[in-house]
Design a protein around this ligand. Structure first.
Ligand code: TYD
Ligand code: MG
Length: 458
């Protein structure tokens, strides 16, 4: 028999509790628990629903290697983030703030896949079919003739459509409006979202079709967030961007079929999302030449190199307490680099306010940016500009040594491609390797921060 049970569920991460609690022990957010009545299904049924088959254990060496079928959307940025195309039978969650462009990118991918002859079903729960058509007309110049659109939110009916149509790819926009009529809790609640998503996921797996689920990120916890779904799906992509900028970044945070930290850059235009194949150009486009405190660092996000501008500003403190502020860079790391400059290089910064900014809203976690940050601070303090044709690379250790960085060739190539003439880089990166082949970029190997600074002061 079906019996109802009352539980309290965190709307942010899905943690359950038998009583109401103020602070979620799972995700540490406050006031996110709400009461939910979920229908507990008979145990036997649940087990059978989740375990798809009853295979006996077999020896790993005896298993024939499966072939991974991948569909390419043709949007190189999108395919790369997916790990080289969309895997048949996989479920991908595209999460992001409302209005960021999730429906746009999903529809764009759907259109492109259908122009290759794949049968695509786009389930829109938020917009009418006419609205979706208008959007498709804006973003596509070719006709997509195997793309089906339906406006539906009942998951059982969606499953029926899928059974009838047998599509290769399904998009569900969004998972938060989809509901299962058998469940008592309201659409958008954790149990609804979780049940609907796992039902659709099983469907995708058993039919071998690729599925996109779209999920809104909400801070106030009114609707169950995508974190509830992260463990159900194969791939989680976050679509991010500054509200007032046209640039959008698609980031893989979980990927069973590729590398995470892979990143795709798009620009929102009047005809949909355009790929930005060379983001470094944007990040460097407004750079003031010959200004002290500005340096360029080739960082790596996933496998992709980026050149970003790092700005330092050092000013005499007006108060007794000095301020150290960092935007887009770890404040503790900045403090460490400042200490290295003071103690090992002899730059007296103790009565100075220090501000650091990574341009373009980028967050740099790559240790290869250390030397760039140290030189940005030193350059501002000494009021000595770093020549604009120099890129800077290197991790800095506590005794001010410049340590080697990973993927040096990729980084140097990117710097050369963007027209840099010189690169200050770790000495240790040069010694054992012979695969650094560059045409115009001059390498300036340094062993410590002082050597790098001496080069710039010269
Ligand atoms: P949308 O994909 O609806 O966002 P989400 O599904 O994440 O809520 O699109 C968001 C914004 O993008 C919307 O404000 C309008 C804008 N937009 C364009 O600028 N150009 C376009 O071609 C399209 C389709 C949308
Ligand atoms: Mg939408």
């Amino acid at each position: 028999m079906v019996k109802a049970k009352t539980t309290f569920v965190c709307q942010s991460c899905g943690q359950e509790s038998t009583r109401w609690i103020g602070k979620c022990p799972g995700c540490q957010s406050w006031n996110t628990f709400v009461e939910e009545t979920s229908v507990a299904r008979p145990k036997e049924n649940t087990v059978r629903g989740l375990v798809a088959n009853t295979d006996e254990p077999v020896l790993l060496k005896d298993i024939a290697p499966g072939r991974e079928e991948r569909y390419k959307t043709g949007m190189a940025e999108f395919d790369r983030v997916l790990g080289g195309g969309l895997v048949a039978g996989s479920v991908t969650l595209i999460a992001g703030d409302p209005g960021i462009g999730k429906s746009t990118i999903a529809l764009q991918a759907a259109c492109l896949l259908s122009t290759q002859g794949l049968k695509v079903l786009y389930v829109s729960g938020e917009e009418s079919t006419a609205q979706t058509k208008m959007r498709a007309d804006r973003i596509l110049n070719k006709t997509a003739n195997s793309l089906f659109i339906v406006n539906q939110i009942d998951v059982n009916i969606i499953v029926e459509f899928i059974n009838k149509l047998e599509p290769d790819v399904v998009v569900v926009d969004s998972i938060q409006v989809v509901y299962q009529s058998g469940l008592e809790s309201s659409p958008g609640s954790v149990s609804q979202v979780r049940e609907s998503a796992s039902l659709l996921t099983q469907m995708a797996k058993s039919r071998g079709m690729a599925m996109f689920l779209i999920g809104h990120v909400t801070k106030d916890g009114a609707i169950a967030g995508p974190r509830v779904l992260e463990h159900i799906v194969d791939t989680v992509l976050y679509f991010e961007g500054e509200r007032y900028s046209a640039y959008r970044v698609l980031r893989a945070v979980k990927n069973r079929f590729g590398s995470t930290n892979e990143l795709g850059v798009f620009e929102m235009t009047s005809s949909g999302l355009a790929e930005v194949s060379n983001p470094s150009e944007i990040f460097l486009s407004e750079r003031a030449k010959q200004s002290s405190g500005s340096v360029v660092v080739p960082i790596l996000e996933g496998t992709r190199p980026f050149l970003v501008e790092v700005q330092g500003l050092v000013a005499r403190s007006a108060f007794g307490m000095v301020r150290h502020k960092a935007q887009g860079f770890d404040a503790n790391r900045l403090a460490l680099l400042v200490a290295v400059l003071e103690k090992r290089v002899g730059i007296r910064l103790e009565d100075q306010d220090i501000f650091l900014n990574v341009v373009g809203g980028v967050r740099v976690e790559d240790p290869a940016a250390d030397l760039g940050v140290a030189l940005a601070v030193a350059s501002s303090f000494l009021d000595k500009p770093v020549p604009s044709d120099i890129a800077i690379l290197g991790e800095v250790g506590l005794s001010s040594e410049v340590r080697s960085v990973a993927h040096i060739v990729t980084r140097l190539n990117e710097a050369e491609k963007l027209g840099f003439k010189r690169c200050i880089m770790p000495k240790n990166n040069i010694k054992p390797r012979s695969d650094i082949k560059l045409k115009t970029l001059e390498l300036i190997p340094v062993a410590d921060v002082r050597a790098a600074l001496d080069y710039i002061r010269k």
